[in-house]
Design a protein around this ligand. Structure first.
Ligand code: SF4
Length: 234
């Protein structure tokens, strides 16, 4: 028996006991209890092999990461922020100056614009999950290099697996191209959904790009309306 199987078996037994109890009280005519979708999802995962790890476990595993050279210049690791069961995850490129200082994603001017974009589609930062392809700020905000992405992206994949979102919005060229494994420019990628490991992924322009190119706001608004429509249907 592995270390994992023992708690998993215990959880499976608890689930069986709980199910048996619910069936028993249903037999007595009790209508049962109302459980949220999240609770049902968690109960469903109990006791199963490969039970998802928590975001805290992933963060603990990351630790004071030195897996790539970006650790030398960072002030803080920017792990991610938001709802650990979010239906929608926003993925950007990497932390900028403010994010590095505060240890939180999208808190600078571009982040404030993202917050307003979310509000425009009836969401808050707490409703969604926000993170980046890499978790440490590259010097001078240069693009992350292949070895840095290779070292960091397994943690993003684990975060996505744990959160289990229905949708990903990839913000900007770098996030969209990295997740989709393509060199196609963002201007051609944006505006429609792609399949990413069973998740619907919509690329759009990065808010920092919008600050420099306000004329692209109409495109992003169109993308956000498409996202909102799909989000509200699920
Ligand atoms: S960018 Fe990722 S892999 Fe590199 S040091 Fe930071 S957390 Fe570790």
């Amino acid at each position: 028996m592995t270390d994992f199987e023992s708690p998993a078996r215990l959880l499976a037994e608890i689930r069986e006991d709980f199910t048996g109890y619910l069936e028993y009280i249903a037999g007595l005519g009790y209508p049962g209890v109302a459980l949220s979708d999240n609770t049902l999802r968690i109960l469903e995962s109990w006791g199963k092999r490969g039970m998802a790890e928590s975001l805290d476990m992933i963060r603990d595993d990351l630790g004071a990461c030195r897996r790539c050279k970006l650790h030398t210049g960072r002030k803080n690791i920017v792990f991610g922020f938001g709802n650990p069961r979010a239906k929608l995850v926003f993925v950007g490129e990497g932390p900028g100056y403010e994010e590095d200082i505060q240890g939180q994603p999208f808190v600078g001017k571009a982040g404030q614009l993202l917050t307003r974009i979310l509000q425009a589609i009836g969401l808050t930062r707490e409703d969604v999950y926000i993170c980046n392809i890499i978790k440490c700020r590259p010097p001078g905000n240069r693009n992350p290099e292949p070895d840095e992405i290779a070292a960091c992206i397994p943690f993003l994949r684990r975060q996505l697996k744990t959160i289990g979102p229905r949708f990903i919005c990839a913000l900007g060229t770098f996030a969209a191209q990295t997740l989709l494994g393509t060199n196609t420019p963002i201007s051609r990628l944006r505006g429609r959904f792609y399949a990413y490991e069973g998740i619907d992924l919509l690329p759009t322009y990065h808010p920092a790009y919008l600050l420099r190119n306000p004329s692209k706001k109409a495109d992003v608004w169109q993308d956000m309306q498409r996202l909102q429509e799909a989000y509200e249907k699920t």
